[in-house]
Design a protein around this ligand. Sequence first.
Ligand SMILES: CC/C=C\C/C=C\C=C\C(=O)SCCNC(=O)CCNC(=O)[C@H](O)C(C)(C)COP(=O)(O)OP(=O)(O)OC[C@H]1O[C@@H](n2cnc3c(N)ncnc32)[C@H](O)[C@@H]1OP(=O)(O)O
Ligand SMILES: NC(=O)C1=CN([C@@H]2O[C@H](COP(=O)(O)OP(=O)(O)OC[C@H]3O[C@@H](n4cnc5c(N)ncnc54)[C@H](OP(=O)(O)O)[C@@H]3O)[C@@H](O)[C@H]2O)C=CC1
Length: 340
Amino acid sequence: VKIIIRIFDAESLSTSNALFTPCLLQLFGNGTAVLRKSDDDRAPQARFFPPLQEPMLLPGTFKNKVAFITGGGTGLGKGMTFTLSSLGAECVIASRNLDVLKATAEEISSQTGNKVHPVQCNVRDPDSVKATVDQMVNDVGLPDVVINNAAGNFISPSERLSANAWKAITDTVLNGTAYITLDIGKRLIAAQKGAAFLCITTIYADSGSGFVMPSASAKAGVEALCKSLVAEWGRYGLRFNIIQPGPIKTKGAFSRLDPTGKFEKLMIERIPVGRLGTVGEIANLAAYLCSDYASWVSGATIKIDGGEYSFMAGEFNSLSLVTKEQWDVMEAIIRQTKGS
Ligand SMILES: CC/C=C\C/C=C\C=C\C(=O)SCCNC(=O)CCNC(=O)[C@H](O)C(C)(C)COP(=O)(O)OP(=O)(O)OC[C@H]1O[C@@H](n2cnc3c(N)ncnc32)[C@H](O)[C@@H]1OP(=O)(O)O
Ligand SMILES: NC(=O)C1=CN([C@@H]2O[C@H](COP(=O)(O)OP(=O)(O)OC[C@H]3O[C@@H](n4cnc5c(N)ncnc54)[C@H](OP(=O)(O)O)[C@@H]3O)[C@@H](O)[C@H]2O)C=CC1
């Protein structure tokens, strides 16, 4: 808990709901060596941008609603499950590791008082997806909310990737999202039941990115899938939105994308808000997009990255490193220049 508390400064803790704070610290922390925070884990301007993590919607927003979350046992999926559950949803969480799912389900339901159902599922396998959805329909009925969050990723030079490495990532991210969406979507259409779908992608779905080429390709595909269905399935009462998170310190992501812990400082240097994002911030945005408050929102792609994407895209943004004295010199040179 000591480690986790250091993530938040006094300012952000004091603005948190006192009742929620202890369980938030537990749920949104990960407590592993790879997540240990260093002393320089924030830039000074981060004090202006405290991460508020408690659920922001009205209690009961998801009362009588069923939410299905892939990868709901860990990281962002666990955070979204906690938030939806605390707002009244009955959640179904699905991934490969049933023990992890069971532990998360127990932890969350004991804190929110709402049932969380763990169901084993390998999203790469359409038969496993069908069995999972059968079980959900049998236990709690068709969902009102579907969050495609499960993913696989690791950094690697592309010339080191085998065909199976490509397949492991794209089968999980793109095919997994397609199997889940097609299976649940067909059943919702047949039952004439509306629902909100949400896909968790990444900021580099737009740009592509070296060293995570299969993930970038698959996430771009997921976005095309969502945007296609916005148009095609709106008439069936189905909405589709996308969240593109920037870096959030989860064990799953950082152990595979920053294995030595050396990249985190570089990330923070290029994030204008001066800090990494938090699980609770993603969970609040996800809850809003999946709630009836967002019933007119379909086809939205929302970056939540502290400005990192804009910083990386702007040709001259590194000039924020130039000192006042250096600007004086450069301005004098520029002013002396005549003609072209
Ligand atoms: C720092 C954060 C900043 C920004 C974040 C932005 C985006 C983040 C996106 C994310 O998706 S983060 C979420 C990450 N979470 C996970 O990846 C969780 C699930 N991951 C896994 O289960 C594994 O890591 C997996 C993806 C490798 C799949 O495991 P599985 O057991 O099914 O596969 P295998 O171990 O059999 O491997 C398949 C295939 O890949 C090759 N391979 C595995 N690791 C590497 C590596 N590091 N480099 C190169 N190749 C690798 C492995 O050798 C297999 O190929 P072959 O059969 O040997 O040919
Ligand atoms: N953390 C970050 O910085 C960022 C994360 N994201 C995205 O956020 C989402 C969550 O990532 P994060 O929480 O960080 O990482 P995690 O590794 O914690 O989450 C990935 C989840 O996917 C599940 N999963 C993986 N493979 C399968 C499979 N074949 N079938 C079913 N479930 C599977 C895992 O569970 P299990 O192993 O039990 O199957 C795990 O719960 C992902 O979509 C990721 O791409 C995007 C941008 C930034």
